[in-house]
Write a protein that binds this ligand. Sequence first.
Ligand code: OFO
Length: 160
Amino acid sequence: MNAKVEKALNEQIHAEFFSFYLSLSVAAYFTAHHLDGFAHWMRIQAQEEFAHAMKLFDFLNERGGTVELLPLEAPTREWASPSDAVEAVLEHEKFISSRINDLVDLATAENDHATTVMLHWYVSEQVEEEATADTLFHQVKMVESSPHGLLMIDRELSGR
Ligand code: OFO
């Protein structure tokens, strides 16, 4: 397998595992603040991130590459408000989207068509991930001064 692409995919596995870690950290924050619907939503998000990492893990193995698991840094644990916690997720999604775009550029430049095609799934997924986090962020912002509004969203999120 192309060495540059292999290295970049390993770095993306790391980034997706960090997404998993961040979502779990946000889930723990919401649990500690008794917003169980938000916590549930973030736990499901963490599972999705784990699946994103494993999809790359499996692809690297299938292509004869070597998976190299890199150390995970500790995510932030505390935020000033629920909207700040959701905003951290939104900003991280934007960062992940830019990484995916860079990966597509690299795979294309290296004529690695199999990787380019595989990455198209992530390009579409990031559109959805950003849109979902953006909607949640703006809704939480709207109701932040009203506990009633926050509890309504919390109830809704428990159904994810
Ligand atoms: Fe893996 O999509 Fe979010 O970070």
